[in-house]
Design a protein around this ligand. Structure first.
Ligand code: GAR
Length: 192
């Protein structure tokens, strides 16, 4: 059984999709949810599903070994960032090299980097007059949004789209593809 930790800062709709999808799965289980915000909806979603859910202060992520110790004591094999809006600390990146996956609500390498999250991304896409946007699921390295791309899916940006309307389209793609891409990635990595 491969044990997954989800890192999430916000509402947690992707965390919920992952938890629902892997519930009862023979090979993969969501074993832990970690947040940097104690009011994150994602924590509540995990607790409702009887998954341990803990928030840590930003300082604990960066200036202590509390979080990595938790990951190790919970025997976590892979980490999934589902709307995790701070940088993953170096000690976790090192311990989980090529085992951390992020989802980004645009077609990288465009519209990525620091500050590019949530509606900021969709506003930038609309202002650029690009005709399409989408999602990117990628490995996490020390640079924001620059790790190896595992999967992309696109959707059209319509003429009168608002950032909120585009967000809805992109979210549909996220919910459809994130769990299956994670499953495929873990099963192929585990088989190597
Ligand atoms: C998702 O759209 C995800 O792609 C985005 O945060 C949202 C979280 O929504 N992540 C980023 O922007 C990372 N740069 P959720 O809390 O409903 O899953």
């Amino acid at each position: 059984m491969k044990r997954l930790a989800i890192f999430a800062s916000g509402t947690g709709s992707n965390a919920k999709r992952l938890i629902d999808y892997f519930s009862g799965n023979q090979y993969i289980s969501v074993a832990l949810l970690i947040s940097n915000r104690k009011e994150a909806g994602a924590l509540e979603i995990a607790r409702k599903a009887n998954i341990p859910a803990i928030s840590f202060l930003k300082e604990e992520f960066y200036n202590s070994s509390t979080v990595i110790e938790k990951l190790i004591s919970e025997k976590i094999d892979f980490i999934v960032l589902a709307g995790f809006l701070i940088k993953v600390p170096d000690n976790i990146l090192k311990a989980y090299e090529n085992k951390i996956v992020n989802i980004h609500p645009a077609l990288l390498p465009n519209f990525g980097g620091k500050g590019m999250y949530g509606l900021n991304v969709h506003k930038a896409v609309i202002e650029s007059k690009k005709k399409e946007s989408g999602i990117t699921i990628h490995l996490v390295n020390e640079h924001y949004d620059e790790g190896k791309v595992l999967f992309q899916a696109a959707c059209p940006v319509l003429e009168n789209d608002t950032p909120e309307m585009l967000a809805t389209q992109v979210q549909e793609l996220e919910h459809k593809y994130f769990p299956v891409v994670i499953e495929d990635f873990i099963l192929t990595t585990a088989a190597d």
